[in-house]
Design a protein around this ligand. Structure first.
Ligand SMILES: Cc1ncc(COP(=O)(O)O)c(C=O)c1O
Length: 392
């Protein structure tokens, strides 16, 4: 258990705290719920600050941009654990990878043009490239069934290991998942039968749900047992599970301090030093739901109904509306839980040029700052010689 009192005394808010013991426990729990033969793939987009800590626990990393690759390289993640995925595979980036590195595990194919690019580069550099073709669920990602078949028909140079499928995050309905996977299995059977190809591997993103709000009820153990049974239909294949949110959400807390308190005809307003620029809960619309939180220090006083707002100049900057809690004082700190996935990157962090929150990792009483509260004013600054540039 993290001693937030100690953390608050040492670090300014707003602040993200990632609890590494909790993270390890969580990943091990997820692993224990699935067939142990399955590869665990961490989708690094969910949180790039804990990649190194997750490394010993997973078989692969799903990397979707040159930036994510750069981060993994700097962290010395083994390239034969990297799956280079995502839309917009920049030619210069991919050419650089293919020409310089033989040890990248795999690439995904997200379009017919990506197929042409990988095929061309594989031929040009005479390199054996392993690929997974991503089948679309009907959005901008992956290829249609028709393009999938066209690709396998035209392929000369690439080693097609299998198929990738991800149809969205926060998937609550096992019925919908089962229907999708039945269709996927039927599609695989058809192409194996008709196109003389063996699909050895299914890399599947189940979009495991995280329950962020106090009114949610979720029997996760049963859900995962059922899901494991459904995925079991692919057991004769190599199964790889791409997971982001569910691995990392629970390890994160976001700490933000009360910097002002006021009342008007519409209620009591709390101004916190961090708002929607850093705190993003999936499904939190109009701040109507109550996330999991604690307040430090705890006080036994009368209850008051508050609106919790951040420090941005927008009326959208509500974290929670109409929450009844013990009367607050300036400098009280909210600890918002389950903020380890996406929250530190999905917010509108550059708006209003406020400094970024520090990020610290905590494990066994030790902590380390992994990102300082960098100044966004440097990023939002027009960096040119204003005396010189418009002169005739
Ligand atoms: C291809 C792919 N795989 C896996 C994930 C991770 O999803 P989640 O965070 O819901 O586990 C994503 C998220 O966008 C994705 O695009």
């Amino acid at each position: 258990m993290i001693d937030y009192n100690k953390i608050i005394q040492k670090y300014d808010t707003p602040l993200f705290v990632y609890d590494i013991s909790k993270l390890e426990e969580r990943v091990n729990y997820l692993k224990s719920k699935f067939n142990k033969e399955y590869n665990m793939v961490y989708a690094v987009k969910a949180n790039t600050f804990v990649i190194k800590e997750i490394d010993p626990l997973v078989e692969r990393f799903e990397i979707c941009s040159p930036g994510e690759f750069e981060i993994c390289e700097k962290l010395k993640i083994s390239r034969n654990k990297m799956v280079i995925s995502g839309v917009n595979k920049d030619k210069i980036f991919i050419e650089n990878l293919i020409s310089n590195y033989d040890d990248i595990l795999k690439y995904t194919i997200e379009s017919y043009n990506q197929f042409l690019l990988l095929d061309e580069l594989s031929n040009k550099f005479n390199k054996k490239i392993h690929v997974l073709i991503r089948l679309s669920s009907g959005n901008q990602f992956g290829v249609s069934e028709e393009d999938f078949i066209k690709i396998i028909g035209e392929n000369k140079n690439l080693i097609i290991d299998g198929i990738e499928y991800f149809s969205g995050t926060q998937k609550h309905s096992l019925k919908i998942i089962e229907k999708e996977l039945d269709h996927l299995k039927e599609f695989i059977n058809n192409i194996e039968l008709n196109y003389n190809i063996k699909i050895e591997e299914v890399e599947y993103g189940p979009g495991l749900p995280v329950f962020y709000f106090q009114d949610n009820e979720f029997d996760e153990d049963t859900y995962l047992d059922e899901l494991n049974k459904i995925i079991g239909k692919f057991n004769e294949k190599v199964v790889s599970l791409e997971i982001g949110r569910s691995m990392v959400a629970s390890c994160g807390s976001y700490l933000t301090k009360v910097v002002d308190l006021k009342e008007n005809k519409n209620g009591n307003f709390v101004i916190l030093d961090g708002g929607i620029n850093h705190l993003v809960y999936y499904g939190q619309t109009m701040a109507m739901k109550i996330p999991f939180y604690e307040i430090i220090p705890k006080r036994e006083v009368e209850e008051v109904t508050y609106n919790l707002c951040g420090s941005l100049c927008t009326t959208n900057d509500y974290l929670v509306k109409n929450i009844k809690i013990n009367k607050l004082m300036l400098n009280d700190v909210f600890v918002f839980k389950n903020t380890g996935a996406y929250s530190s990157t999905e917010g509108i962090a550059l708006f209003l040029s406020r400094d970024l929150p520090k990020i610290i990792l905590v494990k066994d009483e030790k902590e380390v700052v992994v990102r300082d509260n960098n100044k966004t004013s440097l990023i939002n600054y027009p960096n040119y010689d204003m005396e010189e540039v418009w002169k005739d």
